[in-house]
Every structure is written in structure tokens, then in C-alpha cells.
Ligand binder design. Sequence first.
Ligand code: NAG
Ligand code: NAG
Ligand code: NAG
Ligand code: NAG
Length: 360
Amino acid sequence: MECKVLLLTFFIITSFNLSKAQMVPAMFLFGDSLVDVGNNNYLKLSIAKADLPYYGIDLPNQKANGRFTNGMNAADFLAEKLGLPTAPPYLFLVDESNENNNVSFLNGVNFASGGARIWGGKNHPLSQSIHLTQQLDYFSIVYKDLYKQLGSSGAKNHLSQSIFTFVIGSNDIFRYFESSDLQNKTTSLQYVDSMVLSIKAILKRLYGFAARKFVIAGIGSIGCCPARRRVTKNEECHEEINFWSDKYNKGLISMLQELKSVLKGINYSYFDTYKALFDLVQRPAAYGFVEVKAACCGLGTLNAEIFCLPIAEYCSNRSDYVFFDKVHPTEAAHRILVDRMFDGSLQYAFPMNVKQLIAI
Ligand SMILES: *[C@@H]1O[C@H](CO)[C@@H](O)[C@H](O)[C@H]1NC(C)=O
Ligand SMILES: *[C@@H]1O[C@H](CO)[C@@H](O)[C@H](O)[C@H]1NC(C)=O
Ligand SMILES: *[C@@H]1O[C@H](CO)[C@@H](O)[C@H](O)[C@H]1NC(C)=O
Ligand SMILES: *[C@@H]1O[C@H](CO)[C@@H](O)[C@H](O)[C@H]1NC(C)=O
């Protein structure tokens, strides 16, 4: 009994020392397939998974592991910049069949899920995802655990220095333009406004859990992905989808400015994914890319008629392509986006970049 208490105390003291030595004790990540590192593999019926070839083809073992790209994604690169291991998927950490899982939430957790929306209700089981509200519910379980491990002030201290990253929203926009029912019920403006309001409520909830440092990525110029170009004239970017993505981003930016004055002591970095991705699309050669319209892996027009599945065809040099499949960037594109996010100029990351945010 006494021994256990001692051990526990020892553990708490060492983890305190650890978090003091590190500039960022942990990163907690919320989002969609752009930053999913394997959560969806644990959703039993869902087919929204990257668990088959040729996903992961450029990983060391060439095996699909839940990342929706050819190699590593933004979650990995951002963790690397912060000097942290990639935060493990939440559903991996709590999976009971997983014998060697020593549940530790201390260095962060990844809640991101392919297909996730800000404004998600129930999906058909086959396209099940963990939507943002559910991701927050999972975080509240993690919070209780940290509170138990570190105590009240310990947990507060830990979390207030941690980074809370959001990469989400694209699926909300895609869904709106795919659903005539939604379009009949709400105008595009009402729709993007409710997306902003939902994410605002989520940020407030996290503030209640002691989160103080946020990294919020806007939606990319997703009208330029192969899946949307395929349905436009001359394979151009889909203007309407880009327009409403940008509109949402503008709402997000002003909401964040307002929130900063309401929630005492928060700091954030907004990342202009729209501009950063558009740069690659407009001036591919400047960034070492050759192909911006077609996906590397898929079938049909622009390789955008199916996802990257075992029956698909794929390109030999993935780093020539901005898009790996019909909606997801290649590892090469992810890497460039995270470089910008981490220490890009004010044009890309404001009011500060991630490097400046972690230095506070
Ligand atoms: C799990 O944690 C316990 C206690 O911290 C440790 O003794 C054990 O070696 C760990 N197991 C693995 C597989 O990491
Ligand atoms: C939406 O409205 C259009 C035009 O009024 C109509 O043709 C369509 O059936 C409606 N869609 C749904 C799902 O109600
Ligand atoms: C971070 O937020 C605090 C509290 O709102 C503010 O006083 C400080 O100036 C911010 N830091 C930077 C670098 O903007
Ligand atoms: C692959 O593409 C990159 C970027 O265009 C280029 O630097 C590299 O030489 C190519 N590699 C091969 C094997 O063609």
C-alpha cells in the first residue's frame, strides 16, 4: 500500500520534471482524415479507412496504417516540430484487446477521424466517423485521467501549456454541396455560420478543461482537389466550394479574434491552409511538384473516380504530386504545409505561428 503510494508520487514528480523540461508537454489533436493516424481502424463497420494498399506505400514497412496518404501526414510532421512523438490514436489507447497498451495520455492524444465533421450527426454505420463533439467527449475522459494522475493544479498546469490543434471543416463543406436536402433547408451562409458557432462552443468547452494554446487550421482550397476538378469544366477548381471554404475561414478568423477577448489568457495560431495549398496548386514547380490536377492513386478521369484502393493505379513518384488520392494531399504536400504552419510568415500563420505560440 505504502509502496504504491510512493511509486505513484514518484511517477507524478518525474512527470512534472518532464513537463517542465519540455516546452510543450503534449499535443491534443482534433480533426478529420488530414490528421487521422489510425482512429478509424477501430470503427468496426466503417469503410472510411486507410487500411489497404496503396495507402502507406512510402512508410518504412509500406503498410497502410490508417493515414489517408502515401506516408506520414501533418499530425506526424507537427509532432516532430514540437519534439514530441506522434500522439497515438485515442481508440488505440483505450482498445482492450491491445495487450501492450500502457495507457498514457501524458504526451498527447489524437482524436482525429477520417470523414469527421464539425457539425456531425449520425452517419450510416458504413461511413461512421468520430465527429468533433464526440472527439471532445473522448477528451473529457482523458481529462479525468490526467486529473487523477496529476491532481487538479498539476493537470491544469500540464494542459495550459499543451497545444490543442484543430484540422477540420472540409467534410462539412463537401457534405453541404452533395446534399440537396441540406441546401434546401439552409443557405450556404447560414451553414458556414453554424460551423463557426459549433467550433466556438468546442473551444469554450476546452477552455473549461484548462486549454489555453490553440492551433486552428482553416479549410484548404478544397475545390482544387481532383474529386472536385473532375466535375468542373476544363478541370478547373470548383469555384463555389472554394468560395464557401474561404467564407467559413473568414468567419473563423473573426470568431477567434472575438474569443481572444472573452476567454482570458488564451493564445492561438490560425493557419491559412487555403492560401498555403493554393500556392502549391498555382505554382507547383516552385515547390518541386509536377502534377497538381490528377491524384497519384485512383482510377478514371484525374484518377479521381475512386479512392486509392487495391484495384487502383498509382504513380511511381509520389513526391511529384500534390494529391495522393482524389481528396488527400501526398506526404510531400503535408510536409510543406506543416513547415508553413510551424514557422511561416504572418501571411500564412497569424497572429503568430506555432513556433511563436509554443514559446509563450
Ligand atoms: C507498462 O507500465 C508498467 C508500469 O509503468 C511497466 O512496468 C511496464 O513495463 C509497461 N509495459 C509496457 C509494455 O510498456
Ligand atoms: C430540393 O429542392 C429542389 C428544387 O426545389 C428539388 O428539386 C429537390 O427535390 C429538393 N431536394 C430534396 C432532398 O428535398
Ligand atoms: C498571449 O495571450 C495573453 C493573454 O491574452 C496576452 O497578454 C499576450 O500578449 C499573448 N501573447 C502574444 C505573444 O501575443
Ligand atoms: C521524384 O520527384 C521529385 C520531385 O519532382 C524529384 O526531385 C525526384 O528526382 C523524382 N525521383 C525520381 C526517382 O524520379
